[in-house]
Design a protein around this ligand. Structure first.
Ligand SMILES: Cc1ncc(COP(=O)(O)O)c(C=O)c1O
Length: 393
């Protein structure tokens, strides 16, 4: 009587965190380091652009994004990665990348491959929508360790041939949430080769691509183009949430081969919720501007420098290459999160809530994820409290 497809999903990370912490009083002024919600200021002109076009809330927005927005997305990919895409056939605006990551599986992946149940591979730990997308199409979600032993990126090539043969797609996040690891050109090249050899798609979640510390990470489209891979092989997802610190704008885009994008757009035409027009106007301007992004990066660089200073000599400390998280090995992440909350009012996420036990233990369990999104003085207070509490084992 009741649909069971999602009934057995584990509770989402943040309700789990509330259940862990909220029965206890915080042991100090609260520092929010659990939610990855960017807090840096965004440009005033973004809000002005929305206000200037407010009358367009009276119109149904175009499903695929306005031509100006799609052009701005294509131009951004050109500037950032040196790739050329046709904005009319190879890009579509998203209501944030989360829905795009979900709907790409619905639009593009089969439930069966090579006469068997299809597999969708993903890193472990991972952004949770990948798993739900796989389940939605009746595929098996396969969790591939992305741990210290594999430089925090999944080693898909090490999987058995039998599994690769029935793999319909992999989700890969670079720069990675939560570890901040970056796939380099060699990694991408190998992965694209593997996808060509076993005929699966790559869904590249690149929503942290702009929050790098030193060197801009390479992207999947860039390497796919250079290697002459099938243009339908790789689909990339980009977001303004992190790039421009506008998580509430709900704006991103998907790009890839024309046939993939045709299918993605087709699904959206039937069931999607396109981005309201005034928000598309602001998004086009944000994608066209790089200056505010440089300032955003500068603020995160300062926070990473503080983290290195305060926590750098902790055993196993890893200074991430990109993103805005720390992935700290603390023994038992749930215990550490509880202790940080009760003793210092610092709210962090146990790593176990971002990973699955795929048979050999939960690879996130020894970790906490610490988001460096709050104002700098608050971040410093949080880091110092973490140091104090972790030193006092
Ligand atoms: C790895 C990853 N992918 C995708 C998203 C979704 O971002 P948005 O839907 O805001 O574009 C997030 C947001 O936290 C994320 O961390």
């Amino acid at each position: 009587m009741f649909p069971e497809r999602f009934g057995t999903l584990p509770a989402y990370a943040f309700p789990r965190l509330r259940a862990l912490l909220d029965a206890h009083a915080p042991g100090g002024e609260v520092v929010q380091m659990a939610l990855g919600e960017p807090q840096h200021p965004f440009p005033d002109w973004a809000a002005e652009e929305i206000a200037a076009h407010a009358a367009e809330f009276g119109r149904y927005p175009p499903n695929d994004g306005t031509p100006e927005l799609r052009r701005a997305c294509a131009d951004y990919l050109g500037r950032r990665y040196g790739v050329t895409i046709d904005p009319d056939t190879q890009a579509m605006a998203l209501n944030g990348t989360r829905e795009g990551l979900y709907n790409a599986a619905m639009a593009l992946l089969p439930s069966q491959k090579a006469g068997q149940r299809a597999a969708v591979l993903m890193p472990n730990p991972f952004y949770q929508v990948y798993m739900v997308a796989a389940r939605s199409i009746g595929a098996e979600a396969v969790f591939v360790p992305a741990t210290r032993e594999t430089d925090f990126l999944p080693d898909f090539a090490a999987l058995p041939e039998e599994l690769l043969a029935r793999t319909a797609a992999v989700y890969i996040c670079s720069p990675a949430n939560p570890q901040g690891a970056v796939a380099d050109a060699v990694y991408w090249d190998r992965l694209i080769g593997l996808a060509e050899a076993h005929d699966f798609r790559i869904f590249a979640d690149e929503c942290y691509a702009e929050l790098y510390r030193e060197t801009p990470p390479t992207g999947a489209l860039e390497i796919a183009a250079a290697s002459g891979a099938d243009p339908e092989r790789v689909v990339v997802f980009h977001s303004l949430s992190k790039r421009s610190s506008v998580p509430g704008l709900r704006s991103g885009f998907v790009a890839g081969g024309p046939e993939s994008l045709r299918l993605v757009r087709q699904l959206r035409a039937y069931s999607g919720a396109p981005l309201p027009l005034p928000l598309q106007r602001a998004s086009a301007r944000l994608w066209a501007d790089d200056e505010h992004v440089e300032e955003n990066r500068r603020l995160y660089r300062r926070k990473y420098a503080l983290a290195d200073e305060v926590l750098g000599d902790l055993p196993g400390y890893m200074s991430p290459e990109a993103g805005f998280f720390l992935w700290l090995e603390v023994g038992d992440g749930e215990l550490a999160a509880l202790k940080l909350w009760r003793e210092a009012g610092v709210r962090v996420l146990p790593g176990a809530y971002l990973a699955q036990d795929a048979g050999s233990g939960n690879p996130g369990a020894p970790y906490i994820r610490v988001a460096l999104v709050a104002p700098e003085d608050e971040v410093l207070r949080g880091l110092e409290a973490i140091r104090r509490v972790l030193d006092d084992k």
